[in-house]
Write a protein that binds this ligand. Structure first.
Ligand code: 5GP
Ligand code: ZN
Length: 112
């Protein structure tokens, strides 16, 4: 399987890791859109939100708990945004489910 995030998780592709636990790894995005731009990635290869099953509910809960810890660790007490892109229309480019944690400045208007 040729998955860039699986290779990062295994340590075969370098990344700047900011958090890791049994379920998730988090590292800085290669092309940051905000001063803090972290990708929170489940260690299990799941292509997108569309491929989640009931068995993955714990993993997704762990993603959000990781987000909270990372935000605290990186001093985002004034707020942050979590984004998931699912599928072509949303512009998902890496088919291993991941959540963008964005912050470090006042973010733009909400898109919903
Ligand atoms: P998507 O568009 O799929 O929601 O987001 C994929 C993200 O992965 C992009 O923001 C892109 O910059 C990031 N990315 C792609 N390849 C790599 C890589 O090899 N290392 C890191 N750290 N980020 C990557
Ligand atoms: Zn993968």
């Amino acid at each position: 399987m040729d998955c860039v995030f699986c290779e990062i998780i295994k340590g075969n592709i370098p990344s700047t890791k900011v958090y890791e636990d049994e379920y998730v790894t988090a590292f800085n995005d290669l092309n940051p859109q905000t001063p803090v731009h972290v990708l929170i990635v489940p260690k299990k290869h799941i292509a997108s939100v569309n491929e989640l099953t009931e068995d993955d509910a714990l993993i997704i809960g762990k993603v959000f708990l990781a987000a909270k810890k990372i935000a605290e660790q990186l001093g985002l007490e004034s707020g942050y945004r979590i984004i998931n892109n699912c599928g072509a229309d949303a512009g998902q480019t890496v088919m291993h489910v991941h959540f963008h944690l964005l912050g470090g400045r006042k973010l733009g208007e909400k898109i919903i």
